[in-house]
Design a protein around this ligand. Structure first.
Ligand SMILES: Cc1ncc(COP(=O)(O)O)c(C=O)c1O
Length: 357
């Protein structure tokens, strides 16, 4: 599926010619079949990006970033992340033998950070990153300055900062065009807008029709709706708890153009809507983190408003895996139940109870 970047020369090195840990080529799954809200409504699919090697679509970007860094002789990666990008950069950096340092949004889910540190990355939380525009801008400026000064790759997952690697997420559209050519609308979770812009650009590079691109954003970080009306004012202080989408400023203004020129629109959802969509997906075996359920929350909101009809085919991007955010899973299930060990003679009786539930 790679088309944009030539493989780095790897003669005799431990690095694969194409740096890959098996990212991409993710399946599409029908979802919502048991949801009463969707009965008689649109056909809804999810692109299972949470099945990528480190549990998010960011692996597609990290594969590009590290390939480029290796090929151009850079010394390592310095970037920002709410956790998923950091985990991805860490794993691919480790694979290539490149050091990775990631500045993180404070309070990022522990499993995301542990994935990154297990792969050897240095993780440094920075006060205000993502949450306030002033701090976010200062951090990005410093990352750009230091990457240039020190010969590092800037791992900021937005077109306005690291365009070459963002093509990696455009592969989602290339795959979708093959898997579901009948798609009418693609629902994309939005933080800084890089993913949505990639999905749009991916479709634009293809001969066929581009579906409506719909941006779904938590109310507590709502930058895209106002941007689609020409107002790029940042959010003064992000209040959503949805990890991955806490970005005070729309980093890629092209995301607004993507929505308007494809006949799409913007849906704003509450954190509670997102948790409900996450719980609904889990009951179908699609266990994602909250950001991975935002697109479905957007579909459900649109069904309620009559924006989607029974003839529509909608694709939601399930961007991140459930295991990345233990606290969010426990919100659904309660704390893990550690019962006293049973005697094996009691098993038949326990099963009887389970099967009659
Ligand atoms: C799971 C998940 N979904 C969606 C996004 C949204 O990406 P963007 O900031 O490009 O809009 C992110 C970004 O971190 C993410 O981690």
């Amino acid at each position: 599926m790679r088309s944009e970047v030539d493989p780095p020369a790897a003669a005799g090195s431990a690095v694969d010619p194409w740096l890959s840990l098996g990212e991409g080529s993710t399946p599409v799954l029908r979802v919502g079949a048991r949801l009463p809200e969707l009965a008689g409504g649109p056909t809804v699919w999810c692109k299972a990006e949470h099945l990528n090697p480190t549990g998010s679509y960011k692996d597609r970007l990290a594969a590009r970033a590290v390939t480029i860094a290796t090929r151009t002789g850079l010394r390592g990666l310095l970037g920002t992340s709410s956790g998923n990008g950091g985990a991805a950069a860490a794993a691919y950096g480790a694979r290539a033998g490149l050091p990775v340092c990631i500045l993180t949004v404070p309070g990022a889910p522990a499993a995301k950070l542990a994935t990154a540190t297990a792969a050897g990355a240095r993780i440094l939380p920075v006060e205000g990153l993502g949450i306030t525009p002033k701090e976010t801008d200062r951090v990005f400026a410093e990352v750009l300055r230091l990457t240039q000064q020190l010969g590092l790759f800037p791992f900021i997952t937005a077109w306005s900062y690291s365009p070459e690697m963002m093509h990696g997420a455009g592969e989602i559209s290339i795959e979708l065009a093959e898997q579901l050519p009948e798609t009418d609308a693609v629902y994309v979770p939005v933080g800084g807008g890089g993913l949505l812009t990639s999905v749009w650009r991916g479709y634009q590079g293809l001969p066929g029709r581009t579906p409506r691109i719909v941006g779904v954003q938590p109310i507590g970080s709502a930058t895209l709706l106002r941007a689609s009306r020409g107002d790029l004012t940042p959010v003064e202080r992000v209040t959503t708890s949805v990890s991955g989408l806490q970005v005070a400023r729309l980093l890629d203004a092209a995301a607004a153009e993507a929505v308007t020129t494809t006949g799409g629109h913007v849906v704003e959802v509450s954190d509670e809507d997102v948790w409900a969509a996450q719980a609904a997906l889990a009951t179908e075996g699609v266990v994602v983190e909250p950001a991975g359920a935002v697109a479905l929350a957007g579909v459900l909101a649109d069904v309620r408003r009559g924006h989607l009809t029974e003839t529509d085919v909608a694709v939601t991007l399930a961007t991140g895996a459930g295991w990345k955010d233990q606290a969010a899973l426990e919100r659904i299930s309660g704390p893990p139940v550690f019962t006293d060990p049973i005697g094996i003679d009691d098993l038949a009786q326990v099963l009887e109870q389970e099967l009659s539930r």
